[in-house]
Design a protein around this ligand. Structure first.
Ligand SMILES: C[S@@+](CC[C@H](N)C(=O)[O-])C[C@H]1O[C@@H](n2cnc3c(N)ncnc32)[C@H](O)[C@@H]1O
Length: 200
């Protein structure tokens, strides 16, 4: 689901970049062995600053990214024009990439915007190589259900997840949880590893 005007303004503000840099990236870096020579993907890239942080802090050979909002993708493409990787308009539920293409996938707060969020997790598991890691920052049901959030922001309202439901869904998609922390049922940070397939 696309952002409304208020949330888009918030996501494109310096405050958002600061929280991404000082909270999300710091927490994720504790559980990243380094991505030198490898490829990463960011889903829901917004204006592309997350992709810049991934290149700066995790050192992959390239980072690709996509967003449902064409306007965001134009902004990201402009910001990233001299950097390594591709951007496209796309949906996290149907990624046009081969199975096991990436060593890491990053989600800076987009899964809760997706009505069929379980499908996005299944796609994430598909595009990650076995042993690859999923770094996810998410807003939980306590935030989505809050009257202020309902009044000011647009989110899908059906079947939203709390911390336990998100951890369970990750495990059901074949992830092993490496680390998770959460602020009540407001938001949470998750690092999960794609397990080897049963047949090796
Ligand atoms: C809360 S914003 C976060 C943007 C950026 N990751 C950041 O942290 O600043 C959520 C983003 O996800 C995008 N989005 C929503 N549903 C999506 C989907 N199904 N597939 C890809 N992107 C989606 C929105 O257009 C928006 O740019």
């Amino acid at each position: 689901m696309l952002l409304n005007t208020l949330e888009k303004w918030m996501m494109n503000s310096p405050a958002r970049l600061a929280t991404q840099r000082w909270m999300d990236v710091r927490l994720f870096k504790r559980h990243c062995r380094g991505l030198q020579g490898r490829k990463a993907l960011e889903m829901g890239i917004g204006r592309g600053r997350g992709m810049g942080l991934i290149l700066e802090h995790f050192g992959p050979r390239a980072v690709d990214g996509f967003d449902l909002d064409p306007d965001m993708v134009v902004k990201a493409a402009h910001y990233l024009k001299n950097k390594k990787g591709q951007v496209w308009v796309g949906d996290a539920c149907h990624m046009p990439v081969k199975t096991a293409s990436y060593s890491a996938v990053f989600d800076f707060g987009i899964i809760h915007h997706i009505p069929n969020w379980q499908q996005a997790l299944a796609e994430t598991a598909r595009v990650l190589e076995p042993g690859g890691r999923f770094f996810s920052f998410e807003m939980l049901s306590g935030f989505i259900d809050h009257p202020l959030s309902r009044a000011l922001l647009d989110h899908p309202q059906q079947e939203r997840f709390d911390h336990a439901a998100y951890c369970l869904a990750l495990q059901q998609e074949g992830f092993r949880l490496i680390e998770h922390s959460h602020l009540g049922q407001v938001c949470g940070w998750y690092v999960a590893e794609r397990q080897q397939d049963d047949n090796g």
